[in-house]
Design a protein around this ligand. Sequence first.
Ligand SMILES: C[S@@+](CC[C@H](N)C(=O)[O-])C[C@H]1O[C@@H](n2cnc3c(N)ncnc32)[C@H](O)[C@@H]1O
Length: 267
Amino acid sequence: MAAGSASTWHYGVVARWWAEFNDSGPEIEYFQRYVEAGQPALDVACGTGRLLLPYLRAGLDVDGCDISEDMLALCRDAAAREGLAPKLYAQAMHELDLPRRYRTIVVCGGLGLGSSRDQDLVALRRLYEYLEPGGVLLLDNEVPYANAALWQYWPKEKRAELPRPRRPPGERRSGKDGAEYELRSRVVDFDPLAQQAILEMQAFMWRDDELVAEEEHLLTMTLYFKDELVLMLERAGFADVSVRGPYNDAEPTPDDDFLVFIARREA
Ligand SMILES: C[S@@+](CC[C@H](N)C(=O)[O-])C[C@H]1O[C@@H](n2cnc3c(N)ncnc32)[C@H](O)[C@@H]1O
């Protein structure tokens, strides 16, 4: 599982799926409070604009960036339909090269995707650099034990079952664009030493019951535990790091599947 093989699956039909079906969630309102208190803001791994579009609608000064041109194109189209023209940058997190700094940076569902552990460390340093002094980074992360389907592959006896067989056809979802969609994922490989999974996504799109697109994508996902990520943030330069429960400002508990890391750059 070489670092060079890192990839994400947010392209083509998968990007369309995001644009069609992913437009809600508690993250939007939770992070919005921080963005309201600290502008300009940057939405890193903004995807098709699940957070960015509501923030722009609210009149907030927010730019976006994402590794996937396909996700950004759909975000740009949706924004244009509302008369909005956000600044969107097609860049990997670890290669950020932007014209301005920010008072708030949000990374929602983005860290550890399509990158190596070394690249993630570089990414955290870049995020630190792109914060104004006193600025705040908000980053959420799914804990490695949240996903029981994946957690079972940490012991080597279970890993012998990888790659898992492909899934049989399931249910199609109807998009607002008149097409029907289906995604089927499976675990291909898991490396507990690197804490990295490789997942495969098959993506299908039909129009008038005719299959018009069929794709396969791989996603590399590095999993991070709470204290490991706190240390990484400290290594990236953040002095003041706190961890909260999922979008609720509460102390984290063992039952939380997602944690929110709030890291401040010294004033
Ligand atoms: C799970 S989606 C989240 C999108 C958006 N933040 C949201 O919450 O709706 C992950 C996004 O991260 C992007 N991504 C994956 N790896 C990336 C990387 N190394 N650098 C920047 N963006 C990345 C994908 O293209 C995708 O748009």
